[in-house]
Design a protein around this ligand. Structure first.
Ligand code: OAD
Length: 253
């Protein structure tokens, strides 16, 4: 039985008045869909060291191993559905006049749930790009091959995700930082807030005056700094927030 979720009067006031809202999401948002998070005990990477699979040098060393690992993850991701947390976030996009979802997830579940105003900080597992020339590949059949398919330039294709040691795409990071600075209300949901620069966004928002809310099953590095910590599952807490908004925030767009 989930425990009763109560929102503070300060958060309720912000939910009613805020026009500019940002949500930062992490692997915890997808955990209720059955995708393991990176750092939980049963994490996806428990049996593998990230540096053996998710770095440019790992790919150079063994492109087939890395390609097959991502093919396995793609298959798993294709078989799961968005959960109530994804659905609630997609609804919040329609309620606030200026909204941006900044996701660290590469699983495409936000998009499947209907989110459109979003930036992908760490890429998307459904896309490939060339390891050499970085051109995005539209060859969807390439997923079924066991060795990395080749780009017309002769380089290997790789998933279009950010690996350890790589820079985040500027076209995603720049709007994420701008929106965080401008936000009146900022949510950090299901992220351990350990991986920078994503983890700096709640602090950017807070320093610029936003009311910062964290939703997580446990406390994190950023918990001491937030205005409101809602401990529990994102799939249970976010629908409560959407219900409150729908009942109380009428014609306020
Ligand atoms: P993590 O696996 O580090 O953290 C997941 C967080 O979600 C933890 O703090 C959990 O307590 C929390 N959590 C788990 N289930 C939850 C639920 N049902 N509701 C709410 N919270 C829940 O995942 P990220 O923070 O997303 O980077 O990791 C960030 C990045 O680290 C990933 O994008 C990836 C990884 O290295 C790259 O691949 C570049």
């Amino acid at each position: 039985m989930p425990k009763r979720i109560s929102l503070s009067p300060a958060l309720e006031e912000k939910l009613l008045s805020a026009k500019k809202v940002v949500i930062l999401s992490g692997a915890g948002v997808s955990s209720e869909s059955g995708i393991s998070t990176f750092r939980d005990k049963d994490g996806l990477w428990e049996k593998f060291k990230p540096e053996d699979l998710a770095t440019p040098s790992a790919f150079q060393r063994n492109p087939q191993l890395v390609w097959e690992w991502y093919a396995y993850r793609r298959k798993k991701i294709q078989s799961v559905k968005p959960n109530p947390a994804h659905v609630a976030i997609a609804k919040m996009e329609k309620i606030f006049p200026e909204f941006l979802l900044v996701t660290q997830n590469i699983d495409n579940l936000h998009q499947k749930a209907g989110s459109r105003k979003l930036v992908e900080l760490h890429g998307n597992i459904n896309r490939n790009k060339c390891f050499t020339c970085e051109k995005i590949s539209s060859d969807s059949k390439s997923d079924s091959k066991t060795v990395p398919p080749l780009c017309p330039c002769g380089g290997y294709l790789r998933p279009d995700v950010v690996w350890f040691g790589e820079l985040l795409p500027e076209k995603a990071l720049e709007p994420a930082q701008r929106a965080s600075i401008e936000a009146e209300l900022f949510f950090s949901v299901g992220t351990s807030a350990l991986v920078y620069p994503a983890a700096s966004l709640p602090f950017l928002a807070k320093e610029a005056g936003a009311f910062v809310v964290e939703i997580n099953t446990g406390e994190t590095e950023i918990s001491p700094a937030v205005d409101e910590l809602l401990l529990g599952k994102a799939g249970e807490i976010l629908p409560v927030i959407v219900k409150f908004l729908k009942q109380n925030r009428k014609n306020k767009k």
